[in-house]
Design a protein around this ligand. Structure first.
Ligand code: SAM
Length: 460
């Protein structure tokens, strides 16, 4: 390790772990574990296992998760570009398994970028239900959008807000909430030199203050009877059992639940924070005990039955059919979907399918109002990559499977010759959607997004 782990951190861990410390320390000599999670919106696990381009080994606590030990370039593979999987740290996959979201539910991911938990939730609830993915950092939310688009998620809104701003529209709105909190990142030291470098006890304390504030802000957003999962990728008791202890003191309507997944992991350590015994129900994922990096997870339930809080969904304004004309023209010509199923809205010249049942969000910084269909340009509608990725090939009228040199050109963003009628085409690769192109006079203008072009093409 070029950037060493700080002595002060190691001293603390030695005091906490006692006889386990040597085993913990030895882990720093090993490579971090790599994992990928199958995007079941695109392919089921059994089919993925048949086409998996590298050796994979199941991750015990996540039925869609796999270790890939030998392959270094899973992020450059065609299947990654096509959204068949998401690269995710194996222990991080436990968080949404503990959350256990169900189709039809409303779920908040309050600190969502780059999208590991959000995309996992989507994979579990499919097209039924609603995900509100919030990210406070404007730069990071762009990456969140790219991942959401690549995975083809449709029942989602992306917000760019401070958690405290969510209270007004979303009081007692959500069935489940995940707080994957910003933290000091001690559990990621093996793979993240920056986390090692910037670690300090002051930062641990400052993170614990932020974490408590986030929990305070999201607690009112959960329905009574709802589930809140709190997770960090750090070891410090102050950011883990300490945060939960103080939260329970302030919010006695919450209790810690046992999770079925606890059989894979260690228990919480109440003695480290002089806390109640129920903190044992939290889970600690240690690199010297499981194949993965360090994590902490607490599953909390808000006691009581669903209240009669009178949630009023936003009154939908009548659709401005005229403005949508360019979209309808495109949809008539190229799509084979029931347009009545879409709740179309225009926002800054972007056309969205906005999930139904959302509250009024006028005072909220909305980054994406829903599934982005595309943009209204001067005389035409330009479909988005996100639209393509949310569609199945059979839902588009003009589809072409790209092979060989065409495939390579498309993935590099180059134009190429194609003897086809002028207009939009959806391109597939191995029958999975790859993106749009527009034919004009025998030449394809490439609409494969720039942010995806930096990949190596692996032919089958
Ligand atoms: N859930 C993400 C995933 O699985 O890909 C990872 C989230 S990361 C651990 C924590 C996130 O919290 C970061 O994206 C960071 O920008 C955000 N964050 C930082 N300060 C915050 C605050 N005060 N309130 C809410 N989120 C914050």
């Amino acid at each position: 390790m070029k950037v060493p782990v700080k002595e002060e951190f190691l001293k603390r861990m030695k005091e906490l772990l006692k006889e386990e410390y040597e085993a913990f320390l030895k882990e720093y000599e090993k490579k971090p574990q790599k994992g990928l999670r199958v995007n079941t919106l695109k392919i089921d696990v059994e089919s993925f296992k048949k086409v998996a381009p590298f050796e994979i080994e199941p991750i015990p606590w996540c039925p869609t998760g796999f270790y890939y030990e030998k392959e270094e370039k899973a992020g450059n593979h065609l299947y990654h570009v096509l959204g068949l999987y998401y690269i995710q740290e194996p222990t991080a996959m436990a968080v949404v398994e503990v959350l256990d979201p169900k189709p039809g539910e409303k779920i908040l991911d309050v600190s969502a970028a780059p999208g590991g938990k959000t995309t996992h939730i989507a994979s579990k609830i499919g097209d039924e239900g609603l995900i509100v993915a919030n990210e406070i950092d404007r730069r990071r939310i762009k990456i969140l959008e790219e991942n959401v688009a690549r995975m083809g998620i449709k029942n989602i809104v992306l917000l760019n807000e401070k958690p405290e701003k969510l209270i007004k529209p979303f009081k007692e709105y959500f069935d489940r909430i995940v707080v994957d909190a910003p933290c000091s990142g001690e559990g990621m030291f093996r793979k993240d030199p920056t986390a090692r470098k910037i670690w300090s006890l002051n930062n641990v304390i400052s993170c614990s203050v932020t974490q408590r504030n986030i929990l305070r802000n999201v607690a009112p957003l959960l329905k009574p009877g709802g589930i809140l999962v709190y997770s960090t990728c750090t070891f410090s008791p102050e950011e883990n059992e300490g945060v939960i202890k103080k939260f329970l003191e302030e919010y006695p309507e919450f209790e810690i639940m046992e999770s079925e997944l606890s059989r894979f992991f260690d228990r919480g350590r109440p003695e480290w924070v002089k806390g109640p015994k129920e903190l044992e129900r939290c889970m600690r994922l240690w690199p010297h005990k499981v194949k993965g990096e360090g994590h902490f997870i607490a599953k909390l339930k808000k006691k009581g039955k669903a209240s009669d809080y009178n949630f009023k969904p936003k009154i939908e304004k009548k659709k401005q059919k005229k403005d949508l004309e360019l979209f309808y023209y495109f949809a008539d010509k190229y799509l084979d979907i029931d347009l009545k199923m879409l709740n179309l809205q225009i926002y800054n010249d972007f056309v969205y399918h906005v999930p139904t049942g959302l509250p009024e969000l006028d005072e909220i910084k909305v980054y994406r109002k829903g599934w982005l269909m595309g943009e209204l340009k001067k005389n035409r509608f330009e479909p988005s990559h996100w639209l393509a990725m949310g569609l199945k090939p059979e839902q588009v009228k003009r589809v072409l499977e790209l092979k060989g040199p065409w495939r390579e050109k498309y993935l590099k963003g180059e134009t190429f010759k194609l003897e086809e009628e002028d207009g939009w085409m959806l391109f597939t690769m191995e029958n999975f959607v790859a993106g749009w192109g527009r034919v004009a006079k025998g030449i394809v203008k490439n609409y494969f997004p720039k942010w995806l072009r930096e990949i190596e093409v692996w032919e089958e």
